[in-house]
Design a protein around this ligand. Structure first.
Ligand code: SAM
Length: 483
């Protein structure tokens, strides 16, 4: 098998030998100051006639940055990551919540509490009425964007069940609430099923690779359909063939050597770009957590917070147009540290159990069917206020996908620097909706001040004017404005 980013065969576009050579190259050059400075220079945002653009980095170049541990150069990496984040994402952080539909699963992923041999966990699948109740609870918190999650079980959770849930979710209009974007994190499936998901109006299709290391992958998924490395790794190509423009990659850090995973995920991004002309919409960076029947300490490759931060910075530099997601697996202090380095989406007020939202207060959380321990246990209102106190704009925006700006059309918006005239007003308007409908008085006060201040940062006067008018309309009770 030789390396070929354009190949549709998993072992050619995620080529083991290429990764080993990359790691060796990175190790040999980790103290090569001249090369590292050159790489950083290549990745720096540059003004072009179209706006601000970034070249990104190849997996080899980015791996050299990740391997380098010269403090002064690491600082330069962090500052470049912040600069890129600022150029394309500003101080906005998009908010979402996971919605667990079913924990029935036929796989045996050794790190996941849903594995079929786990007899300690009660199995549960939401009925459509329960989906309704969960969605109402999520809408009442203020969420507009969900990621649905499910185990893999063709009998209990067939694609028809997932599609029915998506339909239910989009149909619920409770008070001023609405779920405007449903992202989907379900097991690898067929082109035909991806087409059905596309037709159901999903946002991003998310599938974590877990590990790019084939041998480890097979050991970590000893039985069940997920055991098939090629089928899993080639899923994004099938998703794109099925018409899904936005796909989200991820690895579960802790399973394998992080440097291997880092090179692998960037190769996957390069492959999507080479074959489909558009890279991944998002990259998620989960770390293994304690859960029912799962002890994270048995996995040897856990990474500390500093390494985690460095991975985030290097991803930001390497794939500047790809959003980056961290979940409530991470604590408040860790999220605080890494947000400025490149994270663009976080979850808030999350429950990782099936049926964890409806009927529970903000400080109550059921643990029985939980997928993992939630480190950040704050309510959405607390997270929103905290973000604003740190200078970030919490955004509930779903405009791009609803305006058809997916795939490369989203990327070109980034590249022509229209973000400040589009994403910023959209963030402010959706924040305003949140403040009007769901925020505590304290959060509302901070938010109103932030909106006034941030309005001034919209470059185009005309856009600023329209945004002001829309904000007044929102105060009068009207909803759902967007650029
Ligand atoms: N069942 C689908 C699949 O197999 O891809 C996706 C849904 S699963 C609920 C979502 C993700 O949770 C998995 O891809 C895995 O990376 C992550 N996960 C599983 N066990 C975990 C644990 N103990 N700690 C943190 N994340 C975990």
């Amino acid at each position: 098998m030789s390396y070929n980013p354009k190949s549709l065969k998993a072992e050619e576009f995620i080529n083991h030998e290429e990764i080993l050579e990359t790691l060796e190259y990175a190790e040999n050059n980790k103290n090569n100051r001249e090369l590292i400075e050159e790489i950083l220079e290549k990745a720096r945002p540059k003004k072009t006639e179209r706006g601000v653009e970034c070249a990104g980095l190849s997996h080899r170049e980015a791996s050299v940055l990740l391997a380098c541990d010269i403090p002064e150069l690491t600082e330069k990496m962090y500052s470049l990551a912040r600069e890129i984040k600022e150029a394309f994402y500003g101080n906005r952080i998009v908010m979402f919540a996971p919605l667990y539909l079913s924990n029935y699963c036929v796989n045996q992923c050794v790190y996941c509490p849903y594995h079929y041999q786990n007899k300690q966990i009660p199995r549960k699948k939401l009925t459509q009425e329960e989906v309704r109740q969960e969605v109402i609870a999520l809408q009442d918190m203020g969420h507009k964007r969900l990621a649905i999650e499910s185990g893999e079980d063709p009998v209990n959770n067939p694609i028809e069940y997932i599609l029915e849930c998506i339909k239910t979710i989009y149909s619920i209009k409770h008070k001023n609430g609405a779920i405007r974007r449903v992202n989907v994190n379900i097991a690898a499936t067929t082109v035909e099923n991806y087409r059905k998901l596309h037709d159901a109006g999903i946002g991003t299709y998310i599938l974590f690779q877990e590990t790019y290391h084939k041998e480890s992958y097979e050991k970590l998924h000893p039985t069940g359909p997920k055991h098939n490395y090629a089928y899993h790794t080639e899923a994004m190509d099938r998703a794109m063939e099925g018409g899904i423009d936005d796909v989200g990659l991820g690895v579960l850090f802790g399973l394998e050597m992080y440097k291997y995973e880092f090179a692998g995920i960037l190769m996957h991004a390069e492959h999507l770009e080479a074959v489909h002309g558009v890279g991944p919409h998002t990259i998620s960076i989960p770390r293994i957590k304690r859960a029912s029947d799962i002890d994270p300490s048995v996995f040897d490759n856990g990474i500390d917070d500093d390494t985690f931060a460095k991975i985030i910075a290097c991803i930001r530099i390497a794939v500047p147009y790809t959003g980056m997601i961290i979940s409530t697996r991470e604590s408040e202090s860790c999220r605080d540290k890494v947000m400025s380095l490149g994270v663009s989406q976080i979850s808030g007020g999350s429950r990782t159990s099936v049926g964890g939202y409806a009927g529970y207060n903000a400080d109550e959380r059921p643990h029985d069917t939980e997928q993992f321990d939630v480190s950040d246990q704050r309510s959405l209102d607390e997270v929103v206020r905290w973000l604003m106190e740190k200078g970030y704009i919490p955004s509930f925006c779903t405009a791009c996908y609803r305006e058809g700006r997916t795939g490369d059309r989203f990327m070109s918006l980034c590249k022509v620097g229209q973000i400040q005239n589009c994403c910023l007003p959209n963030a402010l308007m959706t924040l305003k909706e949140y403040l009007e409908d769901y925020a505590s008085p304290e959060t509302k006060e901070i938010g109103e001040a932030m909106i006034l201040k941030e309005l001034e940062n919209i470059p185009k006067e005309k856009v600023r004017e329209i945004a002001r008018e829309h904000l007044t309309e929102i105060e009068k009770g009207n909803r759902d404005f967007r650029f």
